[in-house]
Design a protein around this ligand. Structure first.
Ligand code: FAD
Length: 293
């Protein structure tokens, strides 16, 4: 099965997520081109296997039972960049840090906010990732991708239905293979300084040495999730090996537990915050897979 593609059977998803949690994917593929992505979809379709697309796995909680069917990981095999005037086109597997670095090198401004987000370009656009007042929606010009029937599609920014940590990409069943960013001409040194400054702030505030998926919850309108969690006395609270970070209460971290611990901690935190403040915390991270095999 999946002859000619790079595919691992029973791949432990904890090795492919920054949270370092999750049971096995039946098949995990590492495509090297858009054609391979389309071919993988076709073959999975013929065999009736469900398909899940992931990037760097930095916003994912994969459950302990793992993921049935085929997981397509868009990463290093599809990470080429090209520049044309003030535009950079990146294959979906390029890391945001690499795209931001290439922009800085070319003296192009607009992606400074993304330099420290540890995900791919495809994941970033799909999530409309953002930080420090920047957001992918402001710099994306268009994306190319493949729909579930294997057709190539190109969509402009206005067709992507961007919102807070949201895009219309999942609803369209689109797998992003390439994204083009439109940037402003700037000063190379100033761009580099700004990236270094934002990365410094991250390192100071976030538990970057612990497995996490970044902020676990979305920012509720008019509040900050971390402040609410802190205010409820939940900093450091643990369920099994999952813990609310002592350094940043918005980050739930994995200290050697299971996905079940992590889900239980998420529910506990959201429940206590709702009860004590009346505010509902919605997960920002994407939960996928099955609870048990
Ligand atoms: C330490 C840390 C700090 C973080 N800081 C930030 C931050 O400041 N701001 C922020 O917004 N996020 C942040 N994150 C979360 C995460 O890095 C971003 O959401 C990132 O954009 C996810 O990219 P990814 O490639 O890892 O996607 P994944 O986590 O692999 O996938 C995320 C979603 O996108 C979909 N997807 C991935 N690739 C594709 C594709 N090619 N085509 C279609 N769908 C796709 C997946 O199905 C899934 O639904 C942080 C995470 C960590 C661990």
């Amino acid at each position: 099965m999946f002859e000619g593609y790079e595919v691992i059977r029973n791949a432990p998803m904890r090795d492919y997520t920054t949270l370092r949690l999750g049971g096995p994917a039946d098949y995990l593929a590492f495509p090297r081109s858009g054609e391979e992505v389309a071919g993988l979809f076709r073959e999975a379709g013929e065999r009736g296997l469900p398909v899940t697309v992931i990037g760097h796995g930095s916003n994912l909680l994969v459950l302990d039972g793992g993921i049935r069917g085929l997981v397509i990981r868009i990463g290093r095999g599809m990470s080429a960049l090209r520049r044309e005037e003030n535009r950079i086109t990146a294959q979906a597997g390029a890391m945001l840090s690499a795209v931001a670095g290439a922009a800085a090198e070319a003296g192009l401004s607009g992606l400074e906010f993304a330099a420290g987000i540890p995900g791919t370009c495809g994941g970033g656009v799909t999530m409309n990732a953002g930080a420090y007042d920047g957001e992918m929606s402001r710099v994306v010009r268009e994306v190319s991708g493949i729909d579930r029937e294997g057709r190539r599609i190109r969509l402009g920014r206005e067709e992507l239905d961007f919102g807070y940590r949201h895009s219309g990409i999942p609803a369209r069943g689109l797998t992003v293979t390439e994204a083009t960013f439109e940037l402003e001409t700037g000063n190379r040194e100033a761009i580099r300084d700004r990236m270094a400054e934002l990365n410094r702030r991250r390192a100071e505030k976030q538990p970057l040495d612990q497995p996490s998926a970044g902020s676990t919850f979305k920012r509720p309108e008019g509040y900050f999730a971390a402040a609410l969690i802190d205010q409820c006395g939940l900093r450091g609270r643990a369920v099994g090996g999952a813990q609310v970070s002592e350094k940043h209460a918005g980050f739930l971290i994995n200290r050697g537990g299971t996905s079940r611990d992590f889900l239980e901690l998420m529910n506990l935190v959201a429940g206590i915050v709702r009860e004590r403040t009346g505010v509902t915390l919605e997960p920002e991270i994407r939960v996928m897979g099955e609870e048990s095999v």
